[in-house]
Every structure is written in structure tokens, then in C-alpha cells.
Design a protein around this ligand. Structure first.
Ligand SMILES: Nc1ncnc2c1ncn2[C@@H]1O[C@H](COP(=O)(O)OP(=O)(O)OP(=O)(O)O)[C@@H](O)[C@H]1O
Ligand SMILES: [Mg+2]
Length: 315
């Protein structure tokens, strides 16, 4: 049995009338990567802020790295690292100064700080740029510096709030590989938030899908996807889709039909996509619905999200 690095029970955060987090339960095993996936405003940052002791829960409880976030906040802070969604680096300092100041805040000795900085510069490959002023860094370099700062205190649990927000695909892949290395080589537990399903799929052994402050589904990416069916035919079109949807729903090999709020994207779950494509498209002719685009794929976490919430992840 692996112990739990993060455990939350019925976590709630209210701001006046607004319930930002509405009773979240979490169990993250030590040494694993957990991704909270959800759209803007779902409550991901608020959840991280409660787990990292920055925001006090309205109700519920949580333990991180074995310590209670309310009663042992100081101990929690000593065992975790955090990187924030919005980059909060002092632009006029060098990368090295940013890391050094962070170490001082945690009362690390000069010797320890120098050693940590040397190791981390290697890990996130900042090279000589570590002595340049942060202002001159690219977005990807700033993210890497933030990651290094989060690791300065040698945490056992690392929280990453949207670690690749605003990065291009190449920089994103770079950050993914550092995250994987930290997990594999150092056994670090990571909880990250993202609204990129590829990111959750690529990194996490467990994914929690969050919407309106609630965890609507949880499991391994493979399990979540497998629950939906074999293949999905995605149809995008124009016009009145009601007749089309009714016709295909009645087809014997169609397991389920789902569409987003304005019915412009229709997902048809079938036993075998490539064999059924022609019949599905045939059902669209002559009833006021014009198909504009069709793809056949294995279901993705985006489909899981649509299934549980009735909305596309990027709405
Ligand atoms: N300090 C605050 N005061 C009032 N409302 C807040 C506060 N912080 C967050 N909220 C609200 O709580 C809800 C959840 O916000 P949160 O930042 O946790 O979402 P998120 O999932 O991180 O979204 P995003 O993907 O945009 O980062 C939102 O409706 C937000 O406006
Ligand atoms: Mg957020």
C-alpha cells in the first residue's frame, strides 16, 4: 500500500454567494502525478491555494505530506513547492538572485543555496542565462525558472498551477519532460492543473475532471476513456441537426450520441468507426443538416469531459 501525499475531504471554498470549490475529495498516492483538468473558472487554482495553505477552506479538511493544512500550515509549507499560474518573478533580478532569495526565505545556508542552484540550473537547462535579468527571458525560460524556484527547498510534493500556460508546443514538451524526470528520478509527488487535455493525458497517472467546483470524474486516463466506448465519429455541421441525431441514435451499432450546447459538434460513439462512417454520413443527407467536417478517433479526455458536463472543454 502506498501512502497518500495529498488527501482532501469535502473541501469547500465560498466567496460570498459564489462557491468556487464545492466539496472536493482527493487522494493522491506518494510518487504519482495527478492532473486536475477543467475549464476556466472550474476551481482548480482555488483548490491548489487551499492545499498549499494560501487560502483557508470554508469547510472540509486536507492533509499534504502528512500534515494538516490548517493546524500544521507551517510544516506543510516546508514540505511543498508551488509554481503559480501567473508568473510572479521579479523582472529586475537575475535568475540566480530569484533562486537565492527564495532559499534565504527558507533560511537555507549559503553553501546549500549554491549547491541547489547549480543542480537546478542543470535540471531546467537555463545555462548561462541564469545570470541574466529575468526581463530578458522568453516565456519558456520564465516557466523553467519558476519550476526551479519551486524545487529550491527540495519539496516532497510539488504543486504546478497551469505549468505550460502560454507556451508553444516545443516549450510545453520541454516542461513535460522535466516534470516526468522529477517524478521518475526523485519520486516527487506532483499535482498539476491544466485545461489542456493532452497535458493531462501525457503526464498523469490519475486525472480528476473538475467543473463548477466539483470533481465530476476521476481515474486513469485510459479507464476514463475506455468507459466511453470503442470509437467516436465527430461530426461538425450546420443547420438543424435534430433529424440527423434522431436517425443515427436509432442505428443498432450506435452506442451513444452526444452534442455540445449549440449542437454544432456531434459525437457518435460506435463499435467501429471506420466501418460505420459511410452509414452515419448517409443519414445526414436531405434533412436540413449539412456536414462540414468528420473525423474518426479513439475517444479522448475531451470526450470524457463532454460526456460528464455536456460542454466542450474549451467552451
Ligand atoms: N479571491 C476571490 N474572490 C472572489 N472570487 C474568486 C476568488 N478567487 C477565485 N474566485 C472565483 O472562483 C471561481 C474559481 O476560480 P479558480 O481561479 O479557482 O478557477 P480555475 O479553475 O483556476 O480557472 P482558470 O482555468 O481560469 O485558471 C471563479 O468563478 C473565480 O472568479
Ligand atoms: Mg486557475
Amino acid at each position: 500500500m502506498s501512502e497518500l501525499a495529498i488527501e482532501a475531504r469535502s473541501l469547500v471554498k465560498r466567496y460570498g454567494d459564489l462557491t468556487a470549490v464545492d466539496g472536493i475529495d482527493l487522494q493522491v498516492a506518494s510518487g504519482t502525478i495527478y492532473a486536475m483538468l477543467g475549464p476556466n473558472g472550474a476551481g482548480k487554482t482555488t483548490t491548489i491555494n487551499m492545499l498549499t495553505t494560501l487560502v483557508r477552506p470554508t469547510s472540509g479538511e486536507a492533509r499534504v505530506a502528512g500534515c494538516d493544512v490548517l493546524r500544521q500550515a507551517e510544516q506543510v509549507r516546508r514540505r511543498i513547492g508551488v509554481t503559480f499560474q501567473d508568473i510572479v518573478l521579479d523582472q529586475d533580478l537575475t535568475g540566480r538572485q530569484v533562486l537565492d532569495i527564495h532559499g534565504r526565505l527558507y533560511r537555507q545556508s549559503g553553501e546549500l543555496r549554491r549547491k541547489r542552484i547549480a543542480d537546478l540550473v542543470d535540471l531546467v537547462q537555463l545555462g548561462e542565462a541564469i545570470d541574466r535579468i529575468v526581463k530578458t527571458y522568453s516565456g519558456g525560460m520564465k516557466r523553467r525558472l519558476e519550476l526551479a524556484r519551486g524545487l529550491m527547498t527540495d519539496p516532497t510534493v510539488l504543486f504546478l498551477d497551469e505549468p505550460t500556460q502560454g507556451l508553444d508546443p516545443q516549450n510545453r514538451a520541454g516542461i513535460w519532460s522535466y516534470i516526468r524526470d522529477l517524478n521518475r528520478q526523485q519520486g516527487l509527488t506532483l499535482l498539476l492543473t491544466t485545461h489542456y487535455m493532452e497535458e493531462a493525458e501525457a503526464l498523469a497517472s490519475q486525472v480528476g475532471i473538475v467543473d463548477h467546483g466539483k470533481l465530476v470524474a476521476q481515474g486513469t486516463p485510459a479507464d476514463l476513456v475506455a468507459q466511453l466506448g470503442a470509437d467516436v465519429i465527430r461530426v461538425r455541421g450546420d443547420g438543424d441537426s435534430r433529424h440527423f441525431v434522431a436517425t443515427i441514435t436509432a442505428m443498432p451499432f450506435v452506442e451513444r450520441v452526444e452534442s455540445d450546447s449549440d449542437s454544432s459538434n456531434i459525437s457518435v460513439y460506435v463499435d467501429s468507426g471506420s466501418r460505420r462512417l459511410v452509414e452515419i454520413l448517409g443519414a445526414s443527407s436531405g434533412n436540413g443538416y449539412q456536414v462540414e467536417d468528420v473525423t474518426v478517433a479513439r475517444p479522448s479526455l475531451g470526450d470524457v469531459f463532454l460526456h460528464y458536463t455536456g460542454r466542450a472543454l474549451r467552451d
